[in-house]
Design a protein around this ligand. Structure first.
Ligand SMILES: [Fe+2]
Length: 448
């Protein structure tokens, strides 16, 4: 039996198809544009390759779009039929099981299946990356770190070793080991020069530790690592914009928004998240963003019934609230109420922290800052579970803090700021510095 680049046997008997499969794996690891092209070539050459269909289904679910649930379901049906025809290895069967678990509303079951593959094949970088990606969606930073650390040794000298260091860097950063993350990410980049994920993990470090000069230089000096990417490159531009924001260069931020981050007017939830969270950050800093919310709200309005990810929904709400789309906001809130009453891993996230967060964002949009603060602060302890990174969710943190300031709740707001600073290894970025100064100024002014 032939083996793939992850040193695992594959039910493909044509070396050219194995080369396509390996091309898919490399592209997926590097967030490259060629992932679907390679996967399509594998499936047209080997229509009974169950793991390929499972990959198509899992990748579709990762997109967080309602219409792709049907694509994933069809891929799952085809994968099960392919297994019945061709058997398949234990790894391939576990991939089909992983897709079935997620389709049945248990993404944690998909992770468990990946971990079973990794117990057997610790050199399987692809399964490690899928486990990493689903844990990212579930906000499981600790599990994400343990998972990748379990396969680090097996990847010494591996063809894909660099990407594993990149994933490790991200998990270290998300669990607060900023020095370790910086070292791992830079090591990974040396071994895999197109490792956008690893480079971006180091950009996260410089964001969290308030070193914007380092972050901007890193991104500018390593274009080859991320310029080749699918829409992930917009996310790297977004990181660059955050770093410029921390230097107070809001005009550069707006230019990056127009020329790069929102160059493609897509409704991919990750692109919408980049855009809405950046516009909100700019507005919190007092920068007018003109009519930029409108096209985002147009897309968000069409997604209120998606119900795939709370993380996506809350970013849709940012656009709906800012653009004053009352009807769509009501639809989203009504759908949250229905989903929150359901059983399951994702509905549980809608119930807590989703509902409180959505209520808080809505209140913020309407200028009811005391209500916004109460609800956003109530949601805060559970926000990790909506997924995404600390840097992404920081927009909600900033809104909570500014709602507290605007409603005069200085003690509670100061406590949140101190916690935010502690999570950043004591680093005080421009946001924390200005808000601490605001509190201090407010306390000096005697009450009327
Ligand atoms: Fe990021």
């Amino acid at each position: 039996m032939l083996h793939d680049i992850c040193q695992a046997p594959v039910s493909l008997d044509d070396p050219e198809l194995v080369a396509e499969w390996n091309g898919m794996i490399r592209a997926f690891m590097a967030h490259g544009t060629a992932t679907p092209t390679h996967l399509g070539a594998v499936l047209s050459g080997a229509p009974d390759f169950a793991m390929g269909h499972a990959a198509k289904g899992l990748f579709s679910l990762m997109m967080g779009r309602k219409e792709l649930n049907a694509v994933a379901r069809e891929a799952g049906t085809t994968a099960v039929a392919a297994l019945a025809t061709s058997g398949g290895t234990a790894r391939e069967r576990l991939w089909v099981r992983a897709l079935g678990e997620w389709l049945d509303g248990r993404p944690s079951g998909a992770i468990a299946a990946m971990e079973r593959v990794l117990a057997e094949h610790p050199t399987d970088t692809l399964s490690a990356k899928v486990s990493h990606a689903i844990r990212f969606i579930l906000g499981d930073g600790v599990g994400m770190r343990a998972s990748i650390e379990n396969v680090l040794d097996a990847h010494k000298g591996h063809a894909l070793e660099g990407y594993v260091h990149g994933c490790h860097a991200f998990t270290l950063e998300e669990t607060g080991d900023y020095d370790g993350a910086e070292a791992a990410g830079l090591k990974g980049l040396q071994l895999a020069t197109d490792d956008a994920w690893g480079l971006h993990a180091v950009a996260h470090v410089y964001d969290m530790t308030a070193r914007p000069d380092h972050g901007i230089a890193l991104i500018e000096n390593n274009c080859a690592a991320w310029d080749h990417c699918n829409n992930f490159r917009y996310h790297v531009w977004w990181h660059k914009a955050l770093l410029h924001l921390d230097r107070g260069e809001n005009d550069i931020v707006l230019a990056l928004y127009d020329q790069q981050i929102r160059a493609d007017k897509t409704d991919d939830y990750r692109d919408i998240a980049n855009a809405t969270s950046l516009l909100m950050r700019l507005e919190l800093e007092g920068t007018a963003v003109g009519d930029r919310w409108d096209e985002l709200a147009d897309f968000a309005q069409g997604r209120t019934d998606d119900g795939c990810l709370v993380f996506a929904d809350l970013h849709y709400q940012l656009a709906l609230g800012a653009a004053g789309r009352d009807g769509a906001q009501s639809s989203l809130a009504a759908r949250f109420a229905v989903d929150a009453a359901r059983q399951g891993e994702m509905p549980a996230r809608v119930a807590d922290p989703g509902k409180a967060a959505l209520t808080g964002l809505n209140a913020f949009a309407e200028g009811r800052y005391d209500d916004a603060f109460r609800n956003l602060a109530a949601a805060r302890p559970g926000m990790q579970t909506i997924g995404g990174s600390h840097a992404q969710r920081d927009v909600f943190e900033r809104m909570t803090i500014d709602a507290g300031l605007r409603s005069g709740m200085y003690d509670a707001t100061e406590a949140l700021l101190e916690d935010r600073i502690a999570r950043r290894a004591g680093a005080i970025d421009r946001f924390s510095a200005t808000r601490l100064a605001n509190i201090s100024d407010a306390r000096r002014i005697p009450a009327q």
